[in-house]
Design a binder for this molecule. Structure first.
Ligand code: PHE
Length: 350
């Protein structure tokens, strides 16, 4: 009797193992498990038969049944694991998305060369301990002119004629220079100050190849004890070397700005005319050997007074340049409008 049952149990086990081996899906495997080990499964049915046996026989058969059950459970879990990794692999294959696909009619965007240039310049100044200060484009006359030593009747206002907002009583305007942010910063912070302020500025100009009513400026300001023209020169020389190349030289020409005294125009030697040999046909510098890059100077004492910084204790320098112009020089672009038109044919070239 016992031998028969044992035999039966072995048969069930062999059958089950055989089915496990042949299956290749986890759903099917689960069904097999239910069929053999489930509540009304084949093995469980054998356990139910036990009640017809003597206690001693029950013990022996019980042990055999439990052993078979443990063996089968082990087989199931081995197969479950194997199927799981196969099925996962299949799923990953099927769900793979090719993000490199080049869909027809789909145009990829690109950073504008102006942004690329600005990021590069920012990195230079941040590495040299400057903070980046960005402020509002809508300003009052005070921040754009008066505080910068350009009172209402000053002729320099004309060169920076800008747009006045309706209802602003001639007092609210679009800033014509990013120097506005420097006034704001100096009102709120004590020296030492080291900042650059990049951003959009506006001037009432007609649009042509060299003028746009909106362009981008980047200004710098350093105010501390004992700042002199040497600091201005050293900073700008390093900046120009970074922007163009190591061999770059600079030259100062006397100039005028209401907010700096003395004031200079800064030219950088042409990076295209190699080794100081000026090429009379050079398209970049027009055969002059130099490129006009920026305005600069020592911060006017009056400007410091306007923001309640004592000019006897502190001094500073400032510089300002047009980013669009520098981008044009670097890439040999001869039309200022490209900064604003978003023409994809232009962007594609970079
Ligand atoms: N804000 C000046 C301009 O737009 C540039 C400048 C800045 C010149 C700082 C000198 C010093 O013309």
């Amino acid at each position: 009797m016992i031998a028969e049952i044992k035999n039966e149990l072995e048969k069930i086990k062999a059958e089950c193992i055989n089915q496990i081996a042949q299956t290749d899906s986890s759903t099917a495997l689960y069904n097999i498990k239910v069929q053999f080990l489930g509540k009304s499964g084949k093995l469980t049915a054998q356990l139910k038969n036990l009640r017809n046996f003597s206690d001693d026989d029950k013990k022996i058969i019980g042990q055999v049944v439990n052993q078979v059950k443990a063996d089968l459970e082990n087989e199931f879990s081995k197969k479950e694991k194997a199927l799981y990794s196969i099925e996962l692999e299949k799923k990953l294959q099927n769900e793979k998305i090719d993000i490199t696909i080049n869909r027809p009619g789909f145009i990829m965007g690109k950073p504008h060369p102006l942004d690329v240039l600005l990021k590069r310049i920012n990195s230079f100044f941040v590495a040299n301990g400057f903070i980046i200060q960005e402020t509002r484009e809508i300003e009052t006359s005070f921040y754009n002119f008066d505080a910068l030593n350009t009172p209402a009747d000053h002729p320099a206002r004309e060169a920076q004629d800008t747009f006045f907002l309706e209802g602003g009583a001639g007092n609210i305007l679009l800033r014509s220079q990013t120097s506005t942010g420097q006034i704001r910063y100096m009102q709120e912070n004590k020296p030492p100050i080291k900042l650059i302020s990049p951003g959009r500025v506006y001037r009432a100009d007609e649009v042509d190849a060299t003028h746009t009513p909106c362009f981008h400026q980047l200004e710098g300001l350093v105010v501390a004890k004992g700042i002199n023209m040497g600091h201005l020169k050293g900073t700008i020389l390093e900046f120009m070397k970074f922007l163009f190349d190591e061999k770059t030289k600079i030259r100062f020409r006397p100039s005028f700005f209401p907010f700096t005294e003395p004031s200079v125009e800064v030219d950088a030697s042409c990076f295209s005319c190699k080794d100081g040999n000026i090429d009379p046909a050079c398209k970049i510098c027009k055969g002059t050997g130099f490129l006009e890059i920026m305005g600069a100077g020592m911060v006017n004492r009056q400007v410091l007074k306007n923001v309640e910084i004592d000019p006897d204790e502190y001094s500073g320098f400032a510089f300002g340049m047009g980013l669009d112009r520098v981008m044009a020089i670097l890439h040999g672009i001869n039309d200022a409008r490209v900064s604003f038109e978003g023409d994809i044919r232009f962007l594609k070239q970079f």
